[in-house]
Design a protein around this ligand. Sequence first.
Ligand code: FAD
Length: 594
Amino acid sequence: MTYAAPLDDMRFVLNHLAGLPEIVTFPGFEEAEPELVDAILTEAARFAAEVLAPLNASGDRQGCRSAGGKVATPDGFPEAYRQFIEAGWHAMPASPDIGGQGLPALVSSAVAEMWKSANLAFSLCQMLTMGAVQALAHHASDELKQRFLPKLVAGEWTGTMNLTEPQAGSDLSAIRARAEPDGDHYRLFGSKIFITWGEHDVAENIIHLVLARLPDAPPGTRGISLFVAPKFLANPDGSLGSRNDLVCASIEHKLGIHGSPTAVMSYGDKEGAIAYLVGQPNRGLEYMFTMMNHARLLVGLEGVAISEAAYQKAVEYARNRVQGKPIGSAERAPIIQHPDVRRMLMDMKARTEAMRALAYCTAACMDRAQHHPDAAERARNNGRVELLTPVVKGWCSESSIMIASNGIQVHGGMGYVEETGAAQHLRDARITTIYEGTTGIQANDLIGRKLARDKGVNAGALIRDMKAELEALASTNDTDLAAIRSGLRAALRAFEEATSWMLAHYESDPREAAAGAVPYLRLTGAVTGGWQMARAARIARDLLPSGEESAAFLRAKIATARFYAEHVLPEAETSRDEITVGAASTLALEEALF
Ligand SMILES: Cc1cc2nc3c(=O)[nH]c(=O)nc-3n(C[C@H](O)[C@H](O)[C@H](O)COP(=O)(O)OP(=O)(O)OC[C@H]3O[C@@H](n4cnc5c(N)ncnc54)[C@H](O)[C@@H]3O)c2cc1C
């Protein structure tokens, strides 16, 4: 697999759409000098291309192997991991008070996209470790932080998140794992399934964050606590102690991400696994929710990353594969010259760029929500993050399946067989709509907690911002921008109508509202992505005369935004009809499914 990070587009989105130049002026980001950010992007692109991408296909073919509680990751993964932590990439997203680099989430999102494009399976180890780091940093006692954080941040130890059990997937209220007090610690008993990087050979210790119940816990979600259980106990001086009573019982054989071990974990087969309570009893799920936005944004970025990798492979193949004579030509030529192949490639590119813009702009809102000096701006951006996080997660992941599938179509039969790697992208993409909350769960969150709970206040602010873009586009007489404006105006109208319908039905007919939830999520993604593409086209048009940025890139951006407006934005009206007209037929006849 070859991969070249799309640095031109990344820089354009960071600087012109997401507002990096403003964000680096906020308190807390003093280290993020523009030259440093630029060097980080360039160097990450090199590492992704030279170290991680070459292991993507071989890791997929070889997969992980498990025997006797031990797991071997694919050849090359342990060495790549060693290089990854030695180069300091592991600690980069952490905050400086715990040994990280203090960079905006916006910058670490762009870097994360590169790891995920180059080798999604490998990237999950760091992502899960950083999730554990955040949970401990926010909620654990100072003693637990001192014991675990330095090695986790440095990547010498890795972390996992143990939520799922066979009977408790989307519905974590059904968790049964239990923790019994035993002196100054607890003893954990139970089984967890689907634990990403739950066992491996790339680091000497694994720190498991585990949701479990205390003996006197109330039933349901209010009775779940968060524990930390290390594979090897840690001595006070930081050295490794004895082996804990937890073991990887097996690993899953699965559709994709073969290089990422997905473990069945068994706790307390003997005397009980020693574990320590994080924060207060019975608040485990609440603690998990504090990290949810970032984790969900990162999985949304997986959708962007796989789409980018699938596009790069498809466009390269289409430039080289000679088949048939293009219309009006006497010579056989590369398939990129056939209009239908152009359509597929433009579709892949336009959707990927729109998703990247939306994901990075949401990461920028996170930075503003935490670091903006003005409290009102922090609150406004927090509302935007809340609203858009399920959209970035759900829409980018769902779209990546379609984009990776189109990548196979561009390859014809060579895409369906494994040699080209196009099929791997589709297999890898498939998990992104399932873990970290399925698309159905994201959509329920969107229409419930994010839309109905504040009676549409945050959605109204979003609509106002999109209307302001229509105004800005109205002031030019450029034909491309006029076409983009027309597409955005119609899609925005559809979004407003669907939003009003959803607000009304959430109260009066919640089953119908739930039937329209995923189409509403898709619609929100399509229109907010279109809004970002419209902004991009307008800014590109403004930048063209200055000659400071590549004219070819700027012209391509305008053409891609116009394609998006004319081919993708019309889907908004279909989604609106699916909701406002079609939700009822989803539920019409109980017997229809039997
Ligand atoms: C490769 C892989 C890695 C994973 N990594 C981890 C990990 O590291 N840690 C961890 O704890 N878990 C992990 N998971 C588990 C993952 O988070 C769950 O699979 C996911 O939350 C869905 O749960 P489930 O599989 O039980 O599906 P279910 O919850 O049974 O869902 C089945 C279907 O029903 C729908 N559904 C369920 N409830 C509702 C509802 N209320 N409204 C509408 N639709 C609903 C879902 O959308 C889905 O379509 C991983 C899973 C896989 C496959």
